[in-house]
Unconditional design. Structure first.
Length: 241
Protein backbone atom coordinates (compact mmCIF):
# COMPACT_ATOMS: atom_id res chain seq x y z
CA UNK A 1 0.00 0.00 0.00
CA UNK A 2 1.18 3.49 -0.74
CA UNK A 3 2.71 5.60 1.99
CA UNK A 4 -0.04 8.14 1.39
CA UNK A 5 -2.62 5.71 2.63
CA UNK A 6 -1.07 5.00 6.00
CA UNK A 7 1.34 7.62 7.34
CA UNK A 8 1.06 11.42 7.34
CA UNK A 9 3.60 13.60 5.60
CA UNK A 10 5.54 16.26 7.43
CA UNK A 11 4.19 19.79 7.62
CA UNK A 12 5.71 22.12 5.03
CA UNK A 13 8.27 24.62 6.31
CA UNK A 14 6.68 27.72 7.74
CA UNK A 15 3.18 26.22 7.87
CA UNK A 16 1.03 27.26 10.81
CA UNK A 17 0.52 24.63 13.49
CA UNK A 18 -2.60 22.52 13.14
CA UNK A 19 -4.72 20.89 15.77
CA UNK A 20 -4.12 17.26 16.63
CA UNK A 21 -5.39 15.35 13.57
CA UNK A 22 -8.38 13.07 13.97
CA UNK A 23 -9.31 9.99 11.89
CA UNK A 24 -12.66 11.54 10.99
CA UNK A 25 -10.85 14.53 9.46
CA UNK A 26 -8.64 12.27 7.38
CA UNK A 27 -11.72 10.45 6.08
CA UNK A 28 -13.47 13.75 5.42
CA UNK A 29 -10.54 14.81 3.23
CA UNK A 30 -10.60 11.53 1.30
CA UNK A 31 -14.34 11.71 0.69
CA UNK A 32 -14.20 15.36 -0.34
CA UNK A 33 -11.35 14.73 -2.78
CA UNK A 34 -13.09 11.67 -4.17
CA UNK A 35 -16.31 13.60 -4.80
CA UNK A 36 -14.67 16.65 -6.37
CA UNK A 37 -12.29 14.64 -8.55
CA UNK A 38 -15.19 12.50 -9.77
CA UNK A 39 -17.48 15.43 -10.59
CA UNK A 40 -14.98 18.02 -11.89
CA UNK A 41 -11.86 16.11 -12.89
CA UNK A 42 -8.45 15.92 -11.28
CA UNK A 43 -6.92 19.04 -12.86
CA UNK A 44 -9.98 21.22 -12.24
CA UNK A 45 -9.81 20.78 -8.46
CA UNK A 46 -7.39 22.53 -6.09
CA UNK A 47 -6.26 21.46 -2.64
CA UNK A 48 -7.92 24.57 -1.23
CA UNK A 49 -11.26 23.52 -2.72
CA UNK A 50 -10.86 20.06 -1.22
CA UNK A 51 -10.10 21.56 2.20
CA UNK A 52 -13.18 23.76 1.97
CA UNK A 53 -15.33 20.81 0.91
CA UNK A 54 -14.00 18.73 3.82
CA UNK A 55 -14.25 21.59 6.33
CA UNK A 56 -10.63 21.29 7.46
CA UNK A 57 -7.57 23.58 7.44
CA UNK A 58 -5.61 23.50 4.19
CA UNK A 59 -2.41 22.53 6.03
CA UNK A 60 -4.05 19.33 7.20
CA UNK A 61 -4.12 17.97 3.64
CA UNK A 62 -0.35 18.20 3.41
CA UNK A 63 0.00 16.72 6.90
CA UNK A 64 -1.97 13.62 6.02
CA UNK A 65 -1.25 13.08 2.34
CA UNK A 66 1.51 15.34 1.05
CA UNK A 67 1.05 16.54 -2.52
CA UNK A 68 -2.15 16.47 -4.55
CA UNK A 69 -1.17 13.40 -6.58
CA UNK A 70 -0.46 11.50 -3.34
CA UNK A 71 -3.98 12.30 -2.15
CA UNK A 72 -5.29 10.98 -5.47
CA UNK A 73 -3.43 7.70 -5.00
CA UNK A 74 -4.61 7.45 -1.38
CA UNK A 75 -8.24 7.34 -2.54
CA UNK A 76 -7.57 4.15 -4.50
CA UNK A 77 -5.54 2.64 -1.68
CA UNK A 78 -8.53 3.24 0.58
CA UNK A 79 -10.84 1.42 -1.84
CA UNK A 80 -8.45 -1.42 -2.66
CA UNK A 81 -10.85 -3.84 -0.94
CA UNK A 82 -13.17 -3.51 -3.95
CA UNK A 83 -10.47 -4.94 -6.19
CA UNK A 84 -9.87 -7.73 -3.70
CA UNK A 85 -13.60 -8.52 -3.78
CA UNK A 86 -13.49 -8.94 -7.55
CA UNK A 87 -10.41 -11.14 -7.37
CA UNK A 88 -12.00 -13.26 -4.64
CA UNK A 89 -15.07 -13.74 -6.83
CA UNK A 90 -12.80 -14.72 -9.72
CA UNK A 91 -10.92 -17.27 -7.61
CA UNK A 92 -14.25 -18.90 -6.74
CA UNK A 93 -14.97 -19.60 -10.42
CA UNK A 94 -14.33 -23.17 -11.49
CA UNK A 95 -12.89 -22.71 -14.96
CA UNK A 96 -13.90 -25.26 -17.54
CA UNK A 97 -12.49 -24.36 -20.96
CA UNK A 98 -15.17 -23.67 -23.51
CA UNK A 99 -18.05 -23.93 -21.03
CA UNK A 100 -20.65 -21.14 -21.34
CA UNK A 101 -21.31 -21.02 -17.59
CA UNK A 102 -17.61 -20.45 -16.91
CA UNK A 103 -17.47 -17.40 -19.17
CA UNK A 104 -20.63 -15.97 -17.60
CA UNK A 105 -19.22 -16.45 -14.08
CA UNK A 106 -15.97 -14.64 -14.97
CA UNK A 107 -17.90 -11.68 -16.38
CA UNK A 108 -20.11 -11.56 -13.28
CA UNK A 109 -17.03 -11.52 -11.02
CA UNK A 110 -15.71 -8.54 -12.96
CA UNK A 111 -18.93 -6.54 -13.30
CA UNK A 112 -21.28 -7.17 -10.37
CA UNK A 113 -19.08 -5.90 -7.47
CA UNK A 114 -18.63 -2.60 -9.32
CA UNK A 115 -22.33 -2.22 -10.06
CA UNK A 116 -23.13 -2.81 -6.38
CA UNK A 117 -20.57 -0.18 -5.43
CA UNK A 118 -22.00 2.32 -7.91
CA UNK A 119 -25.49 1.79 -6.50
CA UNK A 120 -24.38 2.30 -2.87
CA UNK A 121 -24.33 5.77 -1.26
CA UNK A 122 -20.78 5.29 0.03
CA UNK A 123 -19.36 4.04 -3.27
CA UNK A 124 -21.14 6.22 -5.81
CA UNK A 125 -18.42 8.84 -6.27
CA UNK A 126 -15.56 6.35 -6.20
CA UNK A 127 -17.17 4.38 -9.03
CA UNK A 128 -17.61 7.62 -10.97
CA UNK A 129 -14.00 8.56 -10.28
CA UNK A 130 -12.78 5.26 -11.70
CA UNK A 131 -14.99 5.57 -14.78
CA UNK A 132 -14.25 9.21 -15.55
CA UNK A 133 -10.61 9.75 -14.56
CA UNK A 134 -8.53 6.59 -14.73
CA UNK A 135 -9.03 6.09 -18.46
CA UNK A 136 -9.04 9.71 -19.64
CA UNK A 137 -5.29 10.20 -20.14
CA UNK A 138 -4.73 11.74 -16.71
CA UNK A 139 -1.00 11.42 -16.08
CA UNK A 140 -1.50 10.94 -12.37
CA UNK A 141 -3.63 7.87 -13.10
CA UNK A 142 -0.72 5.89 -14.52
CA UNK A 143 0.67 5.05 -11.07
CA UNK A 144 -2.80 4.04 -9.88
CA UNK A 145 -3.36 1.76 -12.87
CA UNK A 146 0.01 0.07 -12.46
CA UNK A 147 -0.27 -0.47 -8.71
CA UNK A 148 -3.92 -1.35 -8.24
CA UNK A 149 -5.69 -2.20 -11.50
CA UNK A 150 -3.14 -3.83 -13.83
CA UNK A 151 -2.58 -6.91 -11.61
CA UNK A 152 -6.34 -7.46 -11.50
CA UNK A 153 -6.61 -6.99 -15.26
CA UNK A 154 -3.96 -9.65 -15.89
CA UNK A 155 -5.79 -12.08 -13.59
CA UNK A 156 -9.05 -11.63 -15.49
CA UNK A 157 -7.34 -11.84 -18.90
CA UNK A 158 -5.69 -15.11 -17.85
CA UNK A 159 -9.07 -16.47 -16.69
CA UNK A 160 -10.80 -15.40 -19.91
CA UNK A 161 -8.00 -16.99 -21.93
CA UNK A 162 -8.49 -20.27 -20.08
CA UNK A 163 -12.24 -20.11 -20.68
CA UNK A 164 -11.84 -19.22 -24.38
CA UNK A 165 -9.17 -21.65 -25.57
CA UNK A 166 -9.78 -20.92 -29.28
CA UNK A 167 -8.38 -17.39 -28.82
CA UNK A 168 -4.84 -16.21 -28.15
CA UNK A 169 -4.10 -14.29 -24.98
CA UNK A 170 -3.42 -11.19 -27.08
CA UNK A 171 -6.89 -11.46 -28.61
CA UNK A 172 -8.47 -11.94 -25.20
CA UNK A 173 -6.69 -8.80 -23.96
CA UNK A 174 -8.73 -6.89 -26.56
CA UNK A 175 -11.83 -8.62 -25.25
CA UNK A 176 -11.00 -7.49 -21.72
CA UNK A 177 -10.69 -3.89 -22.92
CA UNK A 178 -14.03 -4.10 -24.73
CA UNK A 179 -15.65 -5.55 -21.59
CA UNK A 180 -14.12 -2.76 -19.50
CA UNK A 181 -15.35 -0.12 -21.93
CA UNK A 182 -18.94 -1.34 -21.73
CA UNK A 183 -18.80 -1.34 -17.93
CA UNK A 184 -17.25 2.13 -17.63
CA UNK A 185 -19.77 3.61 -20.04
CA UNK A 186 -22.63 2.17 -18.00
CA UNK A 187 -21.14 3.59 -14.79
CA UNK A 188 -20.74 7.15 -16.06
CA UNK A 189 -23.14 7.72 -18.96
CA UNK A 190 -26.11 10.07 -18.54
CA UNK A 191 -27.12 10.28 -22.20
CA UNK A 192 -29.25 7.17 -21.79
CA UNK A 193 -32.00 9.32 -20.25
CA UNK A 194 -32.53 11.26 -23.46
CA UNK A 195 -31.93 8.29 -25.76
CA UNK A 196 -34.61 6.28 -23.95
CA UNK A 197 -36.94 9.31 -23.90
CA UNK A 198 -36.90 9.33 -20.12
CA UNK A 199 -37.59 5.64 -19.59
CA UNK A 200 -34.07 4.72 -18.40
CA UNK A 201 -31.94 6.24 -15.66
CA UNK A 202 -28.15 6.35 -15.47
CA UNK A 203 -26.35 3.32 -13.99
CA UNK A 204 -29.68 1.64 -13.25
CA UNK A 205 -29.01 -1.63 -11.35
CA UNK A 206 -31.99 -3.12 -13.16
CA UNK A 207 -29.91 -3.04 -16.36
CA UNK A 208 -27.27 -5.35 -14.85
CA UNK A 209 -28.61 -8.59 -16.37
CA UNK A 210 -28.70 -6.98 -19.82
CA UNK A 211 -25.14 -5.68 -19.43
CA UNK A 212 -23.92 -9.12 -18.36
CA UNK A 213 -25.63 -10.78 -21.31
CA UNK A 214 -24.22 -8.18 -23.70
CA UNK A 215 -20.62 -8.64 -22.53
CA UNK A 216 -20.80 -12.43 -22.27
CA UNK A 217 -22.49 -12.81 -25.63
CA UNK A 218 -19.99 -10.51 -27.29
CA UNK A 219 -16.99 -12.39 -25.91
CA UNK A 220 -18.48 -15.74 -26.82
CA UNK A 221 -19.26 -14.63 -30.37
CA UNK A 222 -15.86 -13.03 -30.90
CA UNK A 223 -13.72 -15.84 -29.55
CA UNK A 224 -15.73 -19.00 -30.08
CA UNK A 225 -14.01 -21.92 -31.73
CA UNK A 226 -14.52 -21.81 -35.47
CA UNK A 227 -16.93 -24.45 -36.75
CA UNK A 228 -15.25 -27.57 -38.01
CA UNK A 229 -15.14 -27.77 -41.75
CA UNK A 230 -16.73 -30.88 -43.21
CA UNK A 231 -14.25 -33.14 -44.84
CA UNK A 232 -14.51 -33.13 -48.61
CA UNK A 233 -14.06 -36.35 -50.51
CA UNK A 234 -12.34 -36.28 -53.82
CA UNK A 235 -14.63 -37.97 -56.33
CA UNK A 236 -13.06 -40.98 -57.95
CA UNK A 237 -12.18 -40.35 -61.50
CA UNK A 238 -13.53 -42.91 -63.87
CA UNK A 239 -10.96 -44.52 -66.05
CA UNK A 240 -10.83 -43.23 -69.60
CA UNK A 241 -12.41 -45.55 -72.17
Amino acid sequence: MSRTASSPASLPAGAPPVAEPRPDRRMAILLAAERLFALRGYHAVSLRQIAEEAGVPLALLSYYFGAKHELFIAIFAHWNSTIEARLAALRAVRIVPGEEATLAAIVEAFVLPVLRLRASPEGEYYALLVARQLYQAVDEAEAVLREFFDPMAHAFIDALHAALPAATRAQVAWGYQFMLGALLNHLSDTRIVGLSRGQNRPADPAAAPLLLQFITGGLRAAFAAPPARPKTRNPRRRPSP
